[in-house]
Design a protein around this ligand. Structure first.
Ligand code: GRF
Length: 195
């Protein structure tokens, strides 16, 4: 199968970026990361991706007059790298119409809850406050809303009441690091079939 050229968007640590990169190296995912886009100059993911020899666009939103101009700059970079598919992995920003129109049904996100529960920021914190007995991970298509796009895959996690936040985060990440590459592979298989 041919390798899909992807861009990973991230704002932080980048453990999901790393899981995707490793899945590609291990040939569990037929893709090539041709670009990483990061809106936080101090984010760890920038160093990690550069160490892998990946082209990184480190871009600061408030240096642009508006969201359209910011996304247009990203789009130019993505076109230069011939990106076919965008993978959001801890990118802490809503995607606007410029990118949505350029990549219809070609942008996915991973969210640390069983959507539609606990949308938005700090989904794990929300689950803790709600005293939830179960949470999980969702991979979904991205639309103009906050974590509202069509759900592609989900995996639940029963919460043991003795677990603290750190423990929950560890289990959630463990699920994410497996579910995201697996789900991407399924999406790309389907894409490959249709061209
Ligand atoms: C993940 O929990 C992801 O679900 C959420 O942000 C976190 C990013 O973690 N959207 P990392 O930067 O991939 O380690």
């Amino acid at each position: 199968m041919r390798s899909v050229k992807i861009a990973v968007f991230a704002s932080g640590r980048g453990s999901n970026y790393e899981a995707i990169y490793e899945a590609i190296q291990a040939k569990r995912l037929d893709a090539t990361v041709v670009a990483v886009v990061c809106d936080k100059p101090e984010a760890q993911v920038i160093q990690t991706a550069r160490a892998h020899g990946i082209k990184v666009l480190s871009i600061v939103p408030n240096t642009y007059t508006n969201k359209k101009a910011y996304e247009q700059a990203i789009l130019t970079f993505l076109h230069e790298q011939q990106v076919e598919f965008i993978v959001l992995a801890g990118y802490m920003r809503l995607i606007g119409e410029t990118l949505l129109q350029a990549f219809p049904r070609r942008i996915v996100n991973i969210h640390p809850s069983l959507l539609p529960y606990f949308k938005g920021k700090d989904a794990i914190g929300q689950a803790i406050v709600a005293n939830a007995k179960v949470t999980g991970v969702t991979v979904h298509y991205v639309d103009e809303g906050m974590d509202t796009g069509e759900i592609i895959a989900q995996e639940g996690l029963m919460l043991n009441p003795t677990w603290n936040r750190e423990t929950i985060e560890r289990y959630v990440h463990r699920i994410e690091h497996q579910l995201y590459p697996e789900t991407l592979q399924k999406i790309f298989r389907k894409l490959g079939k249709i061209g």
